[in-house]
Write a new protein. Structure first.
Length: 408
């Protein structure tokens, strides 16, 4: 498939004119839908006025966005640094954490975690095949199993015993690229308590889980946990302009007050990105999209589980929170085959960085009930077909496109 255009808020059109329901969401960037008109208008208006800024004079949109995030973020997160991507947000958080306490330089991350592919972020990520080609990673970065509080306590205790105290713990609230791994409800509160006990910062990478994806504006709000630093990107720019941010407490950012040039970005926080992010926040709030993600997530998970019933020999697990969902298959080949057959039925899904053994389902938060139900129907038909192979491709995709055209 060669994509050509957005076919609607929740779908693509390829070069042949065929439509596909988007259940990948650009790996999580289209939370407010494809080409959301309010976001596009905000960016277009700003483009006509001033695309980029001077870097020296005060930029009103950057200030407005920082103020909006301070009002929206978990308690205590008051300052923001703007960048262009998730890996840049993580890099900024790592630098801030190490500058905050030079005597606590160890960073602890989780196995199966993914935080980006620039050098610091890659050092904190945990996929061997991405790390090995580049030699030694940054020093003093350790990994423990995700969702394992005793392992984290043991690591923090050991580091303290040898004088390499942990300065920060970096986690995704739900691991995205690692397989949509949802932790136990007590895990994040337990990590917060351990960080407080050992005097370490808690950095939450909400690049994929943030901006309403899991049913709350930020995933950590499900668990009543406020981090010390929080990373945003992907959907932060509304699927129109690349944008990222690291948000944190005043005392952490104060390390930059005397010399703000210690960490800068030429294009970070540019007027187009800030206009897109502000419009995205407004759309999420006005259209109640986090709440919609919660209710549609319940509907889709129920539909997916119903489709999987009777095919447990193929599907090992179904899991998710809000509209961040996944199916785990018995092997890579089965997951890959399902993704191909779903594409034949007009539904775009994809594997994770684990491999195609885990297939993610991450539609825009604007997905309609009709589209969601069709996805679940297509999944059931696909699994049935994989049990009873047939050379005939069912015509559900064409029927769906006709229904959606009529609906619009």
């Amino acid at each position: 498939m060669v994509e050509w255009a957005d076919a609607g808020p929740n779908s693509y059109r390829d070069v042949t004119g065929r439509e596909y329901i988007d259940c990948l969401g650009g790996f999580g960037i289209f939370n407010v839908g494809h080409r959301n008109p309010k976001v596009v208008k905000a960016v277009t208006d700003q483009l006509r006025r001033q695309p980029l800024h001077s870097q020296d004079l005060l930029d009103p949109l950057r200030a407005m966005l920082a103020k909006a995030l301070a009002m929206l973020a978990p308690p205590g997160l008051e300052f923001s640094f703007f960048c262009n991507s998730g890996t840049e947000a993580v890099e900024g958080a790592l630098k801030l954490a190490r500058a905050y306490d030079p005597f606590k330089q160890t960073i602890v991350a989780a196995t199966k975690g993914f935080h980006g592919k620039s050098y610091g972020s890659l050092s904190a990520s945990a996929k061997a095949e991405f790390r090995r080609p580049f030699g030694p990673m940054l020093p003093n970065i350790e990994h423990v199993p995700f969702n394992d509080l005793p392992a984290l306590r043991d690591m923090m205790t050991s580091c303290k015993a040898v004088g390499e105290d942990v300065g920060a713990v970096l986690l995704e609230p739900i691991q995205g690229e690692g397989g949509v791994n949802v932790p136990d409800d007590e895990y994040l509160p337990g990590v917060r308590a351990l960080c407080d006990e050992f005097g370490a910062l808690l950095i939450l990478d909400e690049v994929q889980t943030g901006m309403g994806r899991t049913g709350k504006m930020f995933c950590c709000q499900h668990y009543g946990v406020a981090p010390d630093l929080m990373c945003l990107a992907k959907a932060f720019g509304g699927g129109v302009v690349p944008a990222g941010a690291v948000i944190g407490r005043r005392e952490i950012f104060s390390r930059l007050f005397d010399n703000p040039f210690l960490h800068t970005s030429t294009f970070g926080g540019n007027p187009l990105a800030c206009a897109a992010a502000l419009a995205t926040i407004n759309v999420l709030i006005e259209d109640k999209l986090p709440q919609r993600a919660a209710t549609m997530g319940v509907r889709m998970l129920a539909g997916i589980r119903a489709a999987v019933a009777g095919h447990e020999d193929l599907v090992v697990d179904v899991r998710g929170k809000g509209l961040m969902m996944a199916l785990e298959f018995r092997d890579h080949e089965t997951g890959f085959e399902l993704a191909k057959r779903m594409l034949d039925r007009g539904v775009l899904v994809s594997g994770t960085l684990v491999n195609a053994r885990v297939i993610r389902v991450e539609p825009p938060l604007t997905i309609t009930e009709q589209e969601a139900d069709y996805v679940c129907q297509a999944l059931g038909e696909t699994l049935q077909e994989m049990h009873h192979p047939s050379p005939v491709i069912l015509s559900g995709g064409a029927e769906r496109r006709s229904r959606r055209t009529t609906e619009r």
